[in-house]
Design a protein around this ligand. Sequence first.
Ligand code: DC
Length: 220
Amino acid sequence: MIPVITVDGPSGSGKGTIAQRVAQSLGWHFLDSGAIYRALGLYAEQQGVGSEEVDALAALARTMPLNFRQDEVLLDGKEISALIRTEAVGNAASKVAAIPEVREALLEWQREFARAPGLVADGRDMGTVVFPNAEVKIFLTASPEERALRRYKQLKEKGLSANLAGLTVEIRERDERDCNRAVAPLKAAFDALELDSTEMDVDAVYASVMARVRSRLPGL
Ligand code: DC
């Protein structure tokens, strides 16, 4: 059995940063499942497939020419890492992610990322649906205001335009959609460690996560 650590939570909770750091320090593989949904949102737009075309979207999910190479995300051989980080693509991702057939089509593929020596998987349903038997499950949250502020700073750092009030509204709308969808809604697994990072810095969150990892996987 390949050990798996899941890190779930809403956008802007810091789960990506934490999951990546944990993967790096353990020398484990990393799955950014949000990037898959983001790439699909982008791909559907490029292919002219609307968010209501369920069968066509599921077919795209099954055949999407997506690859991960170190820090790069490649769609049909083209680097899309920066392109999929925009709020527009995030919203498109959240819409396609609400479709059960799309989630089903992506399930086995995501599970194949579990390879030796281990996997850290970042997403919304990693601990509840994709890897329900994961050894360590983390659910990371933060207030919507704090998450909007973090996203605002991230976008500014990348030299992209950003509007804090608009981001707060978008984050609330996306939370609403991700939490209330019928399939694999954003929620903590019953056996997850829930951490609210609103008042914590990255180092403090990382320390709490690693303490949990070491208590669950004492051999590490
Ligand atoms: O984590 P992120 O912001 O990159 O995710 C983008 C969207 O993809 C998010 O709004 C919800 C969806 N998503 C999902 O439904 N399930 C996942 N495991 C990961 C992301």
